[in-house]
Ligand binder design. Structure first.
Ligand code: FMN
Length: 512
């Protein structure tokens, strides 16, 4: 079942006892982070903060001199008065468990979407006319809700604030961590169009509030929004942007999904929610946005302009350093009558983004297996912040097979950011860390089974030798084939009990 809008999703969470309302007054300056972090670390529910107080925004990173020294300054003019109460409740941790992430994707477990995608990529094609009657409708049914449709009006435009009426400081934007450069919008869906082809992209790139109508746009150098801006720059033009908050929560998932750049996230959203996404045209820019959104910021970015952005307590568990990023000028804000402000925090794992990433890992397995079919399973552990470590099991068929797969991973979309890849045999359950550690220790000769390489790494990676470019290491933890890499002894067998004895013990287990 698709959601009518974000508040409908929150209502369903509440009905399922998955949401807690907090009426106690709290500040979006660090306090909401501390409370939400404690809940997420205890596997707690989603939170709706209904009484969010005014706070001292620290609009920082404005003085380039001090920021270059690593000390973002506080701009004295940019501190609004405290004591103000925000009219908008703040929703947190809404996707912060396997169950809630699955509910956000309108299913009981997100593996269901992996199966649907697998079916779509490798359809059971009809072999005759009768078979066609039985099989084709299922496939067509999957596809009929996919394309988005344009509608004339949407709740996201019930209120319209243009020009001087725009004041981003009216939003309860969180300052997440003590050393953050300012308040950051943390669940933004950034809509742009490729200026050359017109194709839409939706990415989740954090947005730092610089002042009442300008923000920092943190699209990193490898991302599609950045590519759209570079294309605009080649045409000597600005790029129009809409930043959307809320709507069916499936949009959040689509925005973070590593889809190929030419695949429309709104098309993917239609497939996942089994209902076409309704889009309305923005008021001041030529961009369409989901009609069911809570809040929309419309505006433009001039590719020639940069301003210091950050620091920001990041997915890595560390602060990403302040750096120059494009500036988003907001020309208009539209909202529904009574919007909720959806947000998240990132930091030392486990965090809500861990579940968003897990859903990506599971749902994109069929696409990865289409390109690298020998892959049986993959685990990007939440604890190692996804891009850092991958455990991969393969159906090993030939000498050097593990190396083929390492290199494939280092060349595959955003998986290319992976720093450490461990390859295991098909019978290793890579979701079980005990088994993974056992296999690494037992099967890897560090003098022989290691491949060092180089390639792009996440722009957030602070350990890499260069920015966005660094070292990679692969470990072949598979059983070695005769003669593989000069291995000239017999490879021993893994200890396993015989099936007949297991069956026998099963049958007497209750008596035992
Ligand atoms: C909560 C959250 C915040 C994110 N913030 C950023 C960000 O600030 N900049 C960025 O480039 N990617 C960020 N990402 C990752 C991108 O959304 C992700 O790489 C996505 O696939 C990019 O889409 P694209 O391929 O259309 O560019 C974030 C992801 C999550 C879950």
């Amino acid at each position: 079942m698709a959601y009518n809008d974000y508040q409908h999703f929150l209502q369903v969470l509440e009905e399922k006892n998955e949401l807690k309302r907090i009426q106690h007054p709290v500040s979006p300056y660090l306090e909401i982070t501390e409370i939400s972090d404690r809940f997420i670390k205890q596997n707690g529910p989603a939170l709706l903060f209904e009484n969010v107080e005014g706070h001292h925004h620290r609009l920082g990173t404005i003085n380039p001199k001090s920021a270059v020294m690593g000390h973002p300054s506080i701009h004295p003019d940019a501190i609004p008065e405290g004591g103000k109460k925000y009219p908008y409740p703040v929703a947190m941790n809404a996707m912060g468990s396997r169950k809630r992430m699955s509910l956000a994707l309108s299913c009981s477990d997100f593996e269901e979407h992996a199966e649907r995608l697998n079916h779509l990529l490798k359809p059971d094609m009809p072999t005759g006319p009768l078979d066609a009657i039985l099989k084709l409708p299922g496939l067509l049914g999957e596809l009929k809700n996919v394309p988005p449709k344009r509608v004339k009006t949407g709740i996201c435009q019930e209120r319209v604030y243009r020009g001087d009426e725009v004041n981003l400081l009216d939003l309860p934007v969180l300052t997440c961590w003590p050393e953050d450069g300012g308040p950051f919008i943390t669940l933004p869906l950034v809509f742009t169009h490729n200026p050359a082809t017109g194709k839409r992209n939706v990415g989740m790139y954090r947005v730092q509030i610089h002042d009442k109508n300008t923000c920092g746009m943190h699209w990193q150098i490898h991302k599609t929004g950045m590519e759209h801006m570079r294309t605009a720059e080649e045409k000597d033009s600005k790029i129009e942007v809409a930043v959307v908050l809320g709507g069916d929560p499936v949009y959040n998932f689509c925005a973070i999904s590593p889809l190929p750049p030419e695949i429309d996230e709104m098309l993917f959203a239609g497939f996942l929610r089994k209902q076409r996404v309704e889009l309305v045209k923005c008021k001041t820019v030529d961009v369409e946005v989901p009609a069911d959104a809570e809040i929309v910021l419309e505006g433009y970015i001039d590719p020639a302009e940069r301003q210091l952005e950050g620091p920001f307590g990041d997915h890595t568990g560390y602060y990403s350093l302040a750096s120059d990023f494009p500036v988003f000028h907001v020309t208009c804000v539209t909202t529904r009558e009574k919007p909720v402000y959806p947000a998240t925090i990132v930091g030392v794992p486990p965090m809500e983004d861990g579940w968003m990433g897990k859903a990506v890992e599971r749902i994109f397995m069929p696409m990865i297996q289409l390109t690298v079919p020998e892959i049986v399973d993959m685990n990007l552990p939440i604890e190692s912040c996804f891009h850092n470590i991958a455990f991969v099991s393969i159906k090993k068929r030939f000498p050097g097979h593990a190396y083929k797969v390492m290199n494939a991973i280092w060349g595959l979309g955003q998986l290319a950011f992976t720093k450490m890849v461990y390859i295991f045999d098909a019978d290793c359950d890579v979701q079980n860390i005990d088994e993974v550690l056992f296999r690494i220790g037992a099967n890897c000769d560090p003098g022989r089974d290691v491949l060092m390489s180089r390639g792009p790494v996440d722009q957030l990676d602070h350990a890499s030798h260069w920015e966005s470019f660094g070292g990679k290491i692969g470990f072949d933890c598979t059983h070695k084939l005769p003669g593989e890499l000069g291995f000239n002894r017999d490879y021993p067998k893994l200890i396993k009990m015989s099936e007949d004895v297991k069956r026998k013990v099963d049958s007497i287990w209750d008596q035992l």
